[in-house]
Design a protein around this ligand. Structure first.
Ligand SMILES: *[C@@H]1O[C@H](CO)[C@@H](O)[C@H](O)[C@H]1NC(C)=O
Ligand SMILES: *[C@@H]1O[C@H](CO)[C@@H](O)[C@H](O)[C@H]1NC(C)=O
Ligand SMILES: *[C@@H]1O[C@H](CO)[C@@H](O)[C@H](O)[C@H]1NC(C)=O
Ligand SMILES: *[C@@H]1O[C@H](CO)[C@@H](O)[C@H](O)[C@H]1NC(C)=O
Ligand SMILES: *[C@@H]1O[C@H](CO)[C@@H](O)[C@H](O)[C@H]1NC(C)=O
Ligand SMILES: *[C@@H]1O[C@H](CO)[C@@H](O)[C@H](O)[C@H]1NC(C)=O
Length: 833
């Protein structure tokens, strides 16, 4: 503290030149306890000339700031009202002393003045706990930069300070600024309200313009920190040029503004957030008007959200939404604002104290209508700040109905009381939260330019305690059809599309259709389509998957009808053959064809033809077993029968002649039947083992040509078994073929070599080609091919083997006699010998 105090000491000289305050002027009211007030009645942009010299500026040379005077009047009004009241501080006269800080150029001098004793000296002490400065508390100043400067001084003395509009988050640091309180929510609430507003209107692509000072930098930092946790991106951020004081824009400044506006024109961001004191914005908006921007939504930070000057200049160049503190009506204030003091103060030495504003009242009168229509927003913050000090004093002085103990007030004692105030003012509960802020509601105001309406119409409200924005009124946009302006880098994707990031912003993306077989749901990952679950499929752009259509052979399909007709034909012809054979059972033709064994074959063939419909319809375990086992078994039995027949014809005589014992066994033990049963049993074992090893339950396969369907088929592994089966059949066929070939010189009656060869070759090649086909193709055609090959194989046996014999029986009955057979055999034997 010593160091700071010494620094303060060096400024004492300066204090000496401050003039004595004017009695009963706008700026001074004597009283038992004085409140210091810091307001901006005149403002000029910050320029180096103001801060480079220890010289108190002449504020009157600057532009007058109507809002600042309005706020100063609020403080005067509050003090007067408290003095008029009998229940708050009865018998105590509050006074005030106010100084124009001229925005930021004049805040050190007034602070030292407030801290000094009545004799203008600020003594250097080790311990200021019993030091009584001129004022008991300071209200203001308005902007964060000045407030931080002032707070640095006041916090050393623990002199209570309540600002009414500085929102900087730095001021939340109560270690640095223990004496600093405020009646506005801090910047993070302002930013939160803005972000929630953007989310509400679905703007996610915004531009940010900031002033080249702490206000712009700090708040844009808070904004970008907040946006990092949201889906809103900053298209670009630019620093507005600082204008020269009291001068028209320089060419450099205009060029700079031109670059910014060009950028804005080229960007798809239609929402612009501006964090800047209103001083830097006049030139900017003048340029905006020239550029004819009418589709932009400007979001005003609290520094310019309700500025009547800017409002007057900007007649509808886009939509203006401002963020400001809630409006609370203060009865009697609007007439007080323009009340002239009855007793004009005597002419005074007004040189450097900046307690002078001759034209303030007259200018304010000119703005009175718009100020009255706007309602009391920041005004209420000032009003509440004064009342907070009054309540703290009331409590400190232990006031009751009769009066107060007019003790000496040490600032730190008052500060303690101030932290604990909790009172109702015009219906608002006023208390300080742990950061020293009053959690006042924030409003989003919409700028209007009608004659008789509120120029700053509230359209939404933000509640700091709940951190929640509630929209209460529709905004009339400056757009055709009153559409909410779009401000997006990329339009949101249609359902069923995924995002593909473009550049580094998550808000910029392309929309890509999800491929068939994948889907995209809003709830899921945005940048990827998810694959469909098994047994389902999707079309391009789908948001969900559908079950695939099941495919199997159906009755009404042409291939089915053909195959079934073929099978019916086979069944009927086999039946006819059976009848013919039955009728001519005892004839040599039938007996040479195998006798009773023919009926076994024909019966099996009939059964097989009758079972062909198991290929039609959705496969089940049973039909799959039939498909895999029945036909091949039937085929094997037939092949075995034919083989044994050929064997008997060709070799039995030789066996009888050379191996009579074997021949006797063959006859006694029904050799042919044993020969047939052996491969049948072997085949049965193979098919059953296969059925057990894989499964006979139907399986689903996707069709490579049409992914929307699913082929319901028997287990595809059965083609392995098919090959295995076929090799057994092949062996049998080869044996049959060999015997038939050996007997090729036999009389035609016995010579079936060519028919057997034909049917065997046919069945073998068809099986092999079926297996080949199945290994390269998986579609539903497989089932058709399978059934077709089966039917053709059966037909080959039925017609190829029995057909010619039947033909002979029916059309050459003379050849079907034992005598004819005998003669043929005799002829054969004679030729052979
Ligand atoms: C205070 O009381 C005086 C005298 O009755 C009155 O003229 C003045 O308007 C009052 N001020 C306020 C702010 O109520
Ligand atoms: C703005 O509009 C006016 C009249 O419509 C036109 O003369 C002027 O060139 C426009 N300015 C720009 C920058 O487009
Ligand atoms: C005005 O100030 C001058 C010097 O700055 C001083 O001589 C004069 O007495 C002052 N007048 C009044 C009325 O205070
Ligand atoms: C303010 O207006 C009043 C009445 O209109 C006038 O008498 C006075 O001279 C004006 N004051 C200034 C400083 O212009
Ligand atoms: C302020 O007072 C009200 C009612 O008297 C009470 O409900 C509220 O909790 C108090 N707030 C604080 C922060 O003490
Ligand atoms: C997509 O999301 C909706 C809603 O959350 C849900 O009902 C639907 O089942 C989802 N679709 C898929 C395929 O998950």
């Amino acid at each position: 503290m010593g160091l700071h105090a010494r620094r303060a000491c060096s400024l004492l000289l300066l204090l000496q030149v401050l003039a004595k305050p004017a009695q009963n002027s706008d700026f001074y009211l004597s009283g038992d306890y004085l409140l210091g007030g810091l307001f901006t009645l005149h403002a000029n942009v910050k320029s180096t000339t103001h801060i480079s010299s220890l010289h108190v500026p002449k504020c009157e040379e600057y532009e007058m700031k109507v809002l600042g005077y309005n706020l100063m009047q609020a403080m005067r009004f509050a003090v007067e009202e408290i003095n008029n009241q009998s229940d708050l501080l009865p018998g105590v006269q509050l006074g005030y002393e106010m100084v124009d800080v001229c925005y930021i150029s004049n805040n050190i001098q007034p602070v030292l003045y407030f801290l000094a004793r009545n004799d203008y000296f600020l003594p250097i002490q080790d311990d200021y706990s019993h030091y009584v400065p001129r004022v008991v508390a300071v209200i203001g100043p308005d902007n964060s930069e000045s407030t931080i400067t002032v707070a640095n001084f006041l916090s050393l003395f623990l002199l209570p300070q309540i600002t009414y509009s500085a929102i900087s988050d730095q001021l939340r640091d109560k270690v640095r600024f223990p004496a600093m309180l405020r009646t506005v929510p801090s910047a993070n609430h302002h930013v939160e309200a803005m972000v929630q507003l953007m989310i509400y209107f679905r703007w996610n692509w915004i531009a940010v313009l900031i002033s080249a000072d702490d206000y712009g930098r700090d708040n844009s930092q808070v904004l970008s920190n907040r946006l990092a946790r949201s889906e809103i991106c900053i298209a670009f951020q630019e620093v507005l040029p600082t204008p020269e004081p009291n001068q028209p824009p320089t060419p450099e400044e205009r060029e700079r503004l031109g670059i910014i506006l060009q950028k804005l024109r080229q960007s798809s961001a239609r929402v612009v957030v501006i964090f800047s004191p209103e001083l830097s914005l006049h030139n900017f908006f003048r340029e905006v008007r020239i550029w004819n921007f009418s589709d932009i939504v400007w979001i005003a930070s609290e520094s310019w959200a309700i500025d009547p000057n800017l409002h007057k200049e900007m007649n509808s160049s886009g939509t203006f939404l401002g963020l400001t503190i809630q409006s609370v009506s203060i009865p009697g204030f609007s007439s007080f604002r323009v009340r002239r003091s009855q007793n004009q103060p005597p002419p005074l030495n007004r040189t450097t104290c900046n307690q002078d504003c001759d034209n303030c009242l007259n200018t304010t009168v000119a703005y009175n209508t718009v100020l009255t229509q706007s309602g009391e927003r920041v005004v209420f913050s000032v009003y509440a700040a004064v009342y907070a000090v009054a309540h703290a004093l009331h409590s400190f002085l232990r006031c009751n109905q009769n009066g107060c103990k007019k003790d000496v007030v040490y600032p730190w004692q008052l500060l303690k009381k101030l932290w604990n105030v909790n009172f109702t003012l015009q219906g608002q509960q006023i208390f300080f939260d742990p950061q020293g802020d009053v959690p006042m509601r924030l409003d989003i105001v919409h700028w209007q330019w009608g004659t008789s309406q509120n120029p700053f119409l509230t359209v939404a409200s933000y509640y700091p305690m709940q951190r929640q924005l509630r929209v209460i009124r529709n905004v009339s946009w400056n757009t055709p059809g009153n559409m909410i302006p779009l401000s997006m880098c990329s339009k949101s994707c249609r359902p069923g599309q995924k995002k593909k990031a473009v550049g580094m912003h998550p808000c910029c993306f392309e929309c890509i259709d999800c491929l068939p077989g994948t889907f995209h749901n809003q709830t899921a990952e945005e940048f990827d389509c998810q694959p469909c679950p098994v047994h389902t499929w999707s079309h391009q752009n789908d948001t969900s998957c559908f079950l695939r259509r099941l495919i199997f052979l159906e009755w009404h399909e042409a291939p089915t009808i053909c195959v079934v007709l073929l099978a019916a034909l086979g069944f009927l012809s086999t039946l006819a053959i059976l009848v013919v054979f039955w009728r001519h059972f005892q004839t040599p033709m039938v007996r040479s064809a195998g006798g009773p064994m023919c009926f076994l074959m024909l019966a099996l063939l009939l059964l097989a033809f009758a079972m062909v419909p198991v290929y039609v319809g959705p496969p089940t375990g049973f039909t799959c077993l039939c498909r895999q086992a029945l036909f091949t078994l039937c085929f094997t039995v037939c092949t075995a029968c034919i083989t044994v027949r050929s064997f008997q014809i060709v070799c039995i005589f030789k066996v009888a002649r050379h191996l009579p014992r074997a021949y006797r066994y063959w006859v006694r033990y029904h050799g042919p039947y044993v020969f047939v049963v052996l491969p049948t049993v072997l085949k049965l074992i193979i098919v059953l083992a296969n059925a057990v090893a894989t499964t006979t339950n139907p399986t689903y396969r996707s069709d490579p040509e049409d992914p929307t369907v699913l082929i319901l088929s028997c287990h595809p592994n059965y083609r392995m078994a098919l090959l295995c089966n076929a090799s057994l059949d092949l062996l049998l066929s080869l044996a049959g073929f060999t015997f038939a070939f050996m007997g090729k010189e036999l009389p035609t009656n016995y010579n079936e070599a060519k028919f057997i060869t034909l049917s065997m070759t046919f069945s073998f090649t068809s099986t092999v080609s079926l297996c080949t086909f199945m290994s390269v193709y998986e579609g539903v055609l497989v089932t058709i091919m399978d059934v077709l090959v089966t039917v053709l194989n059966l037909l080959a046996i039925s017609l190829g083997y029995f057909g010619p014999k039947c033909y002979l029986i029916l059309f050459f009955p003379e050849r079907n006699t034992p005598s004819y057979f005998n003669s043929v055999i005799q002829g054969y034997t004679m030729r052979k010998d």
